[in-house]
Design a protein around this ligand. Sequence first.
Ligand SMILES: Nc1ncnc2c1ncn2[C@@H]1O[C@H](COP(=O)(O)OP(=O)(O)OP(=O)(O)O)[C@@H](O)[C@H]1O
Length: 251
Amino acid sequence: MNHAIELKGVTKRFGDFGAVNGVDLAVPQAQRCALLGPNGAGKTTLLNLISGRLSLSDGEIRLKGHDVSRASARRRAQLGVGRSFQKTNIFPQLTLLENVRLGVQNREGRRNWNPWRAADGDAALNETAARWLRQVNIRRSHDARASALSYGEQRQLELAITLATEPQIVLLDEPTAGMSHSETAVILELMAKLLEGLTVVIVEHDLSVVDRIAHRVVVMERGGVICDGTPAEVKADTRVQSAYLKGAHRA
Ligand SMILES: Nc1ncnc2c1ncn2[C@@H]1O[C@H](COP(=O)(O)OP(=O)(O)OP(=O)(O)O)[C@@H](O)[C@H]1O
C-alpha cells in the first residue's frame, strides 16, 4: 500500500547538530497526525523536510508513492502538498480576496491553467476565492486589507489560502499559536470540518486541539520519535509524561 507520506531514516543535520535523527514514519491517506514534543524537538524541521523547504541530510521521503527525497518544494506542491507556517504568512497590504486568489492561482498553475481563458478565468478565480473566504467564516468585506484583520482572523485567512491550493497533504505548523481561547475554538471547528478526508501533519502544543483533530499522535524528543499512538495511548505513556507533558506549554 502506498502511504500518503512515508519517511525512512529521515535525518537533518545543521553542522554537527542532528535536528532530526533517523525518523521513520508512514502516514496513511486521510489520517491526521499530530507532532508533539518540547521546544527544539525537531517538529518544524520535520515539516520543512516533508514540504521540501529544507533538504535532507540522509534518508528517504515518499509522497503518494513518489520518491521526493531530492525533489523541489514546487514539485511536492504539484503532488498536492500544502502548508501553513508557525508565523502568520499572509500579505497584509493585499485584500482578503487577493490573498486567497494567490492560493487558487497556485492550484490553477498546477492544473496547467490556460491563459487564453484569462477573462473567464478571472471571474471564476474570484468566485472560488470568495467561496473559500465564506468557508473559513471571515465576516468582513472581501475588499478589506488583510492588515485590518484580528490575529485570529489572519490565521483563518491563512487557512483559506492553504486550502485554496486544494492540497491532499496538509502540513500545519501550530495553527493555534498565540490565539485566545475563543479564537482557538473558532479555528478548531473550521479545521475539524475542512480537513476531513485530507492527510494532515500538524505541529501542535495544545492538547485540546490534538484531541479534537488528530487520529494519531507522534511525540518527538531530540530529533527522534519517542512515542506513536492514539491521543489516549500517548497521554498514558510515562515516557511522554516525563519528557513532555510536565513541561508542556504554548509556544
Ligand atoms: N536553520 C537552522 N540552523 C541551525 N539550527 C537549526 C536550524 N533550524 C532549526 N535548528 C535547530 O534544530 C532544533 C530543532 O528545531 P525545530 O524548530 O525543528 O524544533 P521544534 O520541535 O519545531 O521546536 P518549537 O516547538 O520550538 O517550534 C533546534 O535545536 C533548533 O535550534
